[in-house]
Write a protein that binds this ligand. Sequence first.
Ligand SMILES: NC(=O)c1ccc[n+]([C@@H]2O[C@H](COP(=O)([O-])OP(=O)(O)OC[C@H]3O[C@@H](n4cnc5c(N)ncnc54)[C@H](OP(=O)(O)O)[C@@H]3O)[C@@H](O)[C@H]2O)c1
Ligand SMILES: [Zn+2]
Length: 377
Amino acid sequence: MPLPYVLLSAAVSLDGFLDDTGPERLLLSSPADFDRVDAVRASVDAILIGAGTIRADNPRLLVNSAERRAARVREGRPEYPLKVTVTASGDLDPDANFWHTGGEKLVCTTDEGAERAARLLGATADVVPLGPVLDWRTLLEHLHDVRGVGRLMVEGGGTVHTQLLQQGLADELQLVLAPLFVGDPAAPRLFGPGPYQGGRLRLTETRRIEDVVLMRYEPTAPGEGPAVTAADRHWLRAACELAALCPPSATAFSVGAVVVAADGTELARGHSREGDDPVVHAEEAALAKTDPADPRLAGATVYSSLEPCARRASRPAPCAELILRAGPRRVVTAWREPDTFVAAADGTGVLRGGGAEVVVLPEFEALAKAPNAHLTG
Ligand SMILES: NC(=O)c1ccc[n+]([C@@H]2O[C@H](COP(=O)([O-])OP(=O)(O)OC[C@H]3O[C@@H](n4cnc5c(N)ncnc54)[C@H](OP(=O)(O)O)[C@@H]3O)[C@@H](O)[C@H]2O)c1
Ligand SMILES: [Zn+2]
């Protein structure tokens, strides 16, 4: 059963706490990071929080930028993402901000919790009983199949993040480390005890945002990560070297891409702004040289020095979409797209949502970034 792409988002103190024990919510992020979170919210179909966070923080969970909301509407999406909460008790305050701001609201709960939630909330929200106990996979299937959620952002609290990670259901963790200590053992922790799936997480990006640091991780599957061969390293290096051929630009990245059949035959290669086209992207240029009827495309891998784009102003279809249409279901890249030109770029999410495997080989990041040094600072 397909599930939504699940992105966990949290801010944490240096000593690993999500909040203090005071009545007010502890502000961990910086203003620019709150704006980054706003962009991520604008990029998703639904935002989920635990009922504990509604009780503790009384959040609104809005997309605050009118511009981002307008862009959603232009793309045919609802102005605000669906707001989802989980509860076993059904003990929800009908006056909480959650119910009176933003878009549609959904309560995912147990059969018992549903009675109480429906009684307390009336027509304010859809209340969905998901069985005698709440199973996360069932919840995610419901969001995907019934509510059409392709991308889900989870904004806590700790008990929710812990369960999703421990059950291997998180695709990405966006963690912001704030330069302060809480120091109170009674404060809520980000991650609780218990068995976690997989081993070391894969670090896909670090970014300084004012005085906080954003770290993006991908949990790895139990056992080893995705299978990576010597051929993958060879072709990704070739893609990174192609990036150096791009005419320089102050407004776009220099990227190289190679499309390689399963038997190791190179099908095409391309780089940004190739030929006479000032806006063409590397993957797009490479795919344009393939024969759409070539049966080898379905089993091919696209090697791209930068994560394929998820959105672009200059063309109707972003590269992640072009790859899915052309057939390949495997992408190997060196570097996740930073939000230099597009906020909350997430080609990986689009590709995975379309059933493709995306492998990031960070050992090639420096090589891929070299022709972009003037853009990345
Ligand atoms: N720094 C950050 O980024 C951040 C983000 C979010 C929250 N926070 C902080 O986190 C704290 C709240 O965290 P928390 O861990 O107490 O609360 P939480 O994770 O938001 O919510 C826990 C509640 O969610 C429901 N729930 C969780 N798992 C469930 C399951 N498997 N089945 C059914 N219901 C389930 C239960 O609700 P019922 O009790 O109703 O059954 C449970 O008590 C607050 O202090 C808040 O400030 C910080
Ligand atoms: Zn692109």
